[in-house]
Design a protein around this ligand. Structure first.
Ligand code: FCB
Length: 458
């Protein structure tokens, strides 16, 4: 162990959260329902029947959480805005929703913490899902309008925006695999959702650029990963190419090259009417210039071909039925995800070589067993080792010339981990589920000390 403060690249350091995972207060101040409120009520959809209510009750504990961020000493805080607070029915504006983010942003600015706002971290207004959701084209204009509202309202104080968080999850887990909201299982709708998410990103980026001007930093957050074959069998090696297309290139090629990759288009041709979906001009819009590519990295992807005897894993994307994602090798975190900091180094150097765009780690972190002592304190040496290893890999990537601008830890505090509910904990701060009390874990003290030593070493 041991990245030294003096070895830390001179970039922005922070922590990340998302609205639905922490806010709670799902009916407060005129908020509309999101697809996650509805999906969480489906029996069996979320572990233990959990939902984003009460989350971390962040909506009512805002000041305390702002003080926690100040105590940590982070440079920046990455949060997301709940679309159904701003437009409860997907159209009408709710001023009380905007007022909550005013308080959040003002509280950050007062404490010298730079806000990085994500517009969409998966909580689509349910009313828009009922109009067809991401699978139908009108959502693109709805998202651009939402971006305009938020940009005009917060743009005097928030200069760093991401449009989407992980469209791979929103499209494929939401509309193909069906394990995330809205729980649809339809390859053709997933393919449509992927395209509309990308188009919405491009259109919103142009709107935000117009509202915020040239010096704002605009970007998108993806979850690319190195894809590895599960064995040396030739079919497993062959599976890697398409899996890489679906996980990585189908997002980055349109964004940074203005084209969809041919191999993915060929896999999708039999599943969807691509001629009607991908219209003239769409790729130009998707490729709107951005300032920053955010990367969420947790683990490499391990794939195998069904023809070489692999089964049981998850299919991960439309057109991928002949291959499966399987568990990677030990060591793993509590969700069974392989811990592999070298994968982060490999990913960053590859993306730099292929696209040359400035990047940030928008999320990295781990779920661990987190057994509290009698006083509720969690000595999470496993999480510290995880973060330390990934910071070291990040630092090596920077040393080899990769243009990295920021590093955000996922996540500030234990929260609603989507289909895993509250049982899987990623926080550097523990949240007591009965009292909602926040108690920094050893990892929070470690991060705080590292950032403070860096500041004094400067
Ligand atoms: C990412 C999500 C984030 C969190 C982590 C563990 O895919 O962006 O909200 O759930 O995984």
């Amino acid at each position: 162990m041991g990245i030294e403060p003096t070895d830390l690249p001179d970039v922005t350091y922070g922590v990340a959260t998302s609205s639905y995972q922490i806010e709670g207060a799902t009916e407060a101040d005129g908020r509309g329902a999101s697809i996650w409120d509805v999906f969480s009520r489906v029996p069996g959809a979320v572990a233990d029947g959990d939902s984003g209510e009460p989350g971390c009750d962040h909506y009512h504990r805002l000041e305390e959480d702002l003080d926690l961020l100040a105590w940590l000493g982070v440079d920046s805080y990455r949060f997301s805005i709940a679309w159904p607070r701003i437009q409860p029915d997907g159209h009408r504006i709710e001023p009380r929703g905007l007022a909550f983010y005013d308080r959040l942003v003002d509280g950050l600015v007062d404490r010298g913490i730079t806000p990085l706002a994500t517009l969409y971290h998966w909580d689509l207004p349910q009313a828009l899902e009922e109009e067809g959701g991401w699978a139908s084209r009108p959502v693109v204009d709805a998202f651009a309008e939402y971006a305009r509202i938020v940009g005009e309202h917060l743009g005097d104080r928030v200069r760093d925006f991401s449009t989407l968080n992980e469209p791979w999850c929103a499209a494929f887990l939401g509309y193909d695999v069906g394990i995330h909201a809205p729980g649809v299982r339809s390859p053709s709708r997933a393919i449509a959702a992927a395209h509309h998410l990308m188009l919405a990103h491009g259109r919103a980026t142009r709107v935000l650029r117009g509202v915020l001007g040239p010096d704002a930093s605009l970007g998108i957050v993806l979850n690319p990963a190195p894809v590895r074959p599960v064995s040396d069998h030739p079919d497993d090696h062959a599976a890697v190419t398409l899996a890489d297309g679906l996980r990585n290139r189908v997002w980055t090629d349109p964004l940074f090259r203005g084209v969809y990759p041919d191999d993915v288009l060929a896999a999708w041709e039999p599943l969807a009417d691509l001629g009607a979906l991908h219209r003239d001009g769409d790729l130009d819009e998707i490729a709107a210039p951005v300032d920053l590519l955010g990367i969420n990295y947790y683990t490499p992807v391990h794939v195998g071909a069904r023809s070489s005897g692999h089964g049981g894993g998850t299919p991960a994307g439309p057109g991928q039925d002949h291959l499966v994602e399987v568990a990677g090798p030990e060591p793993t975190s509590a969700l069974g995800w392989s811990i592999d900091p070298t994968g982060l180094y490999d990913l960053l150097t590859r993306l730099h070589a292929d696209y040359g765009v400035p990047m940030a780690i928008a999320e990295t972190g781990g779920a661990f067993p987190d057994v509290p002592d009698a006083r509720g304190y969690v000595d999470d040496a496993d999480r510290i080792a995880y973060l330390d290893g990934h910071l070291a890999a990040f630092s090596r990537a920077v040393a080899s010339g990769v243009d990295m601008r920021a590093f955000y830890v996922w996540t500030l505090m234990d929260n609603f981990e989507w289909a895993e509910g509250y049982r899987s904990t990623f926080g550097i701060v523990r949240v007591d589920r009965d009292t909602m009390e926040r108690l920094p874990k050893a990892s929070a003290h470690w991060y705080r000390d590292l950032l403070a030593a860096r500041t004094s070493a400067r």
